[in-house]
Design a protein around this ligand. Structure first.
Ligand code: HLD
Length: 550
């Protein structure tokens, strides 16, 4: 944390324990009789305790609704607002009220007690928790790849939590397993007809999806590895990915016994796209050494710059050297819906052997929802099956192909499908296409606005390929200085200070990072379909308000 941020909070009086009263505009009191009850007086311990359970749950839902209202509340401008009755609500228009971890620990009562707390206390605990959470669905939260709070998807997540089942067998998740089949097939068709008869699975995050691709590729080439282990491979396996890829690709090399030295980073061009001729050069180099190149990861939508590797050229190389082609479209996959933006970015994706695609990013499905798709059916099960006899009995009443649990390296699998299925029902494929086009349009608006103020905003890429907009904010004193490495160095130091001010103000969140030799810069993401042009205007005005004097 910057010194400036630390100084600001040092001026504040010592915090007192929060009772949650300052959260929302809703009565948080349960009736006196119900408020005093404990978990023993509601379901499931109190049989037919419907009335008490209902009152408790409805109160929690009231709080959740307040949180949603706050999530979409832009206030009437910036900062504290007069509520009309002389009452000031400092929370309006805020994404967060930042506290340092030690202050937060003082404000929250986090102890898990020895004796039961009553229902009123639990309601208060929910209010306090929501009050101090970061509203990642707020239209001024541009900080992460996953932004926004889709209400239908959230309703789906509520239902999922209530149904509370595990996705390993049809026996206990019949409806959800069938939904998964239908949605995964539809996603494969959108990738391309060559994937239609393939296989897919939902995984806990894009990193694990990429790991599944790696495991399947190795199994395809060395089926003996599963039983015999390392000795079944006579030589050093090598994988390739661009120097801009997600770090999970390197993690595959570390986790799967290659070692990160054998995850070769292929240089990228000035826009962050893998250079295919470099890929080929590095493959030939390793083959000459006697190593075994086997896997290439192409990224569709890099984390920082939002770059798309050129899939057709990479696919030609993979074909020539017989390498598995995985496309990590965790981030950019959503653009597959868009006729306008799919090409040339994702052109050739149907030539891949596997594709990672995260609906919880561009598509705005609630966290988390990540998918991995394979062209070839049967690989996942053959690679990962352990045939646990107590779960995956072969003599069950129904067709056991629907027991998907044995395809994965996890045992329990969270139900991530219902919230996506319900969302897809709500907007149709057409709705997702409109959503993608709108996000791209908003990012283009932002780029255009920044180009109109080149003294204040310096774009790293004048024409971003995705909704990542990378830039430096230039404070007044540096505006006359010509842009160059010296200025970048100064801006790189100021960027975290400005981010600290943003967090303290609570009115904007944009991420920053260095990239290779480039010092810290902001990376803005528009993946919340609730964002409007006026929110982009707010972002630029806030940066200026908070940073002009740096
Ligand atoms: O790996 C990342 C995953 C996500 C996400 O799922 O939202 C990186 C980021 O976000 C990010 O914002 O850089």
């Amino acid at each position: 944390m910057s010194r400036c941020a630390k100084e600001d909070s040092a001026k504040k009086p010592p915090p007192v324990k929060d009772d949650g009263k300052g959260f929302g505009n809703v009565d948080k009191e349960l009736s006196e009789a119900i408020g005093k009850l404990t978990y023993k007086d509601i379901l499931p311990l109190k049989e037919k305790g419907y009335e008490e359970t209902h009152e408790f749950l409805m109160k929690v839902i009231d709080l959740l609704f307040e949180y949603m209202k706050e999530t979409y509340d832009r206030g009437d401008g910036v900062g504290a607002k007069d509520e009309g009755k002389g009452k000031v609500n400092a929370r309006r228009g805020k994404i967060l009220e930042f506290l340092h971890p030690e202050e937060m620990s003082q404000v929250l009562d986090l102890e898990v007690p020895d004796k039961p707390k009553n229902l009123q206390q639990l309601v208060n605990d929910c209010a306090v928790t929501l009050k101090h959470s970061v509203k990642t669905g707020h239209p001024w939260f541009f900080n992460q790849l996953s932004c926004g709070l889709d209400i239908v998807s959230m309703a789906g997540e509520w239902l999922t939590a209530t149904a509370n089942t595990n996705m390993f067998t049809y026996e206990i998740a019949p409806v959800f397993i069938l939904m998964e089949n239908v949605v995964m097939k539809r996603m494969r068709e959108i990738i391309g007809s060559s994937f239609s008869n393939g296989d897919s699975i939902l995984a806990p995050g894009g990193s694990i999806s990429n790991l599944y691709a790696f495991l399947a590729a190795r199994h395809r080439m060395f089926p003996g590895y599963k039983e015999k282990g390392l000795h079944s491979i006579k030589g050093q396996l090598v994988m390739y990915t661009s120097d801009q890829c997600h770090y999970s690709v390197r993690s595959c090399a570390a986790v799967c016994g290659l070692g990160t030295d054998h995850c070769v980073e292929v240089p990228s061009d000035s826009r962050g796209r893998m250079i295919p001729s470099e890929l080929e050069r590095l493959i030939v180099e390793r083959k000459k050494r006697g190593d075994i190149p086997f896997f290439v990861n192409a990224t569709s939508g890099t984390t920082v710059l939002g770059a798309f590797d050129p899939i057709p050229e990479i696919a030609d190389i993979c074909q020539k050297y017989k390498l598995w082609l995985h496309v990590d479209a965790a981030w950019g996959g959503g653009l597959l819906f868009s006729k306008k933006y799919r090409h040339p970015r994702l052109t050739g994706i149907e030539r891949a052997d596997s594709v990672t695609w995260n609906p919880h990013k561009l598509m705005g499905t609630l966290l988390q929802c990540s998918t991995i798709h394979f062209k070839e059916d049967g690989l996942l099960i053959s690679c990962n099956q352990m045939s646990a006899e107590y779960l995956f009995m072969q003599d069950k009443l129904y067709d056991v192909q629907y027991d998907t649990g044995d395809k994965v390296i996890q045992c329990g699998r969270h139900n991530d499908i219902f919230k996506l299925w319900l969302m897809w029902r709500s907007k149709g494929t057409e709705g997702f296409e409109k959503q993608m086009d709108r996000l791209m349009e908003l990012s283009e608006y932002m780029v255009k606005r920044m180009k109109e103020s080149p003294d204040k905003f310096h774009l790293l890429l004048p024409e971003p390929e995705l909704v990542n907009v990378s830039f430096w904010y230039v404070p007044k004193r540096l505006r006359s200085m010509p842009h160059g490495p010296e200025k970048e160095k100064i801006l790189g130091k100021l960027t975290p200070v400005l981010k600290g001010r943003m967090m303290q103000a609570g009115t904007l969140m944009v991420g920053y990072q260095p990239l290779d030799e480039t010092p810290n810069f902001f990376r803005n993401i528009i993946s919340n379909p609730g964002v409007k042009e006026s929110d982009v205007d707010h972002l630029m005005a806030e940066l200026d308000r908070l940073g002009h004097d740096l």
